[in-house]
Design a protein around this ligand. Structure first.
Ligand code: PGA
Length: 249
């Protein structure tokens, strides 16, 4: 039985002071017994957030890192820095990183391998644009993203990866994929992991859905067989996130 994982991707929102207020609003209401709950905060908020989350089971992560250990990489942060500041998870390959910051499949593969090498838990994002959805090639596209991200990644590491299926047309648009549409792709991704690695790896890996998840649609999505939780953007910045985490209640 896979444990659900529900992560809030704060994106470029919340100063450290605002992060304190948001954590105060959310931390007591989130039930962490049946799901792993993760706040994915801006890097500069990690230290403050770690302090505020002491004594809770809520986990912390960042939205990006660079695959080198240290050195002349102005503007970047390393896996060790995240871990040392109290972070445990990292998002890799979010569509906003791929499109706005031009991260390609080769870089995403390097980041995935480095995260595992350092003991940082990756949430690997994949998902198609509206045009790929409409022309029907989205499954092949996502399969390509998965294959290239996992090149050279071991079976043990795969089991410790979380994949977030996030159709780009559903991110921040209020247009959620239907539960059946989301399930179709999450199952396809799981089958793809089974084909590349093993039945066991496919059954173990956790696959989230992301894209306009909110307190009203979370239950229907998360009850699908192959959807192991969600990556939540907009709704993670308000108390609706509690409703999402406690979707069973
Ligand atoms: P959204 O964002 O929930 O605001 O659609 C999801 C994401 O980009 O991770």
């Amino acid at each position: 039985m896979r444990k659900k994982i529900i992560a809030g991707n704060w994106k470029m929102n919340m100063t450290p002071s605002e992060a304190k207020d948001l954590i105060r609003l959310l931390k007591d209401g989130c039930n962490t017994d049946s799901s792993d709950v993760v706040f994915i905060v801006p890097s500069i908020d990690v230290t403050t957030a770690a302090e505020c989350l002491k004594g809770t089971q809520i986990k912390l992560g960042t939205q990006n890192f660079y695959f080198e250990d240290k050195g002349a990489f102005t503007g970047e942060i390393s896996a060790k820095m995240i871990l040392d500041a109290g972070g445990e998870y990292v998002i890799i390959g979010h569509s906003e990183r791929r499109t706005i910051f031009k991260e390609d499949d080769a870089m995403i593969n390097k980041k995935l391998k480095k995260a595992h090498a350092e003991g940082l838990k990756p949430i690997l994002c994949c998902g198609e644009s509206l045009s790929l959805r409409e022309d029907g090639t989205y499954k092949a596209f996502i399969e390509g993203q998965i294959k290239s991200a996992f090149e050279g990644v071991s079976e043990e590491e795969v089991k410790n990866t979380v994949i977030a299926y996030e159709p780009i047309w559903a991110i921040g648009t209020g247009k959620t994929a239907t539960a059946d549409e989301a399930e179709e792709v999450c199952k396809m991704i799981r089958d793809c992991i089974k084909a590349i690695y093993s039945e066991d790896a496919g059954e173990t890996i956790r696959i989230q859905y992301g894209g306009s998840v909110n307190g009203s649609n979370a239950k229907e999505l998360f009850e699908k067989l192959d959807i192991d939780g969600g990556l939540v953007g907009g709704a993670s910045l308000k108390d609706d996130f509690i409703k999402i985490v406690n979707y069973k209640a």
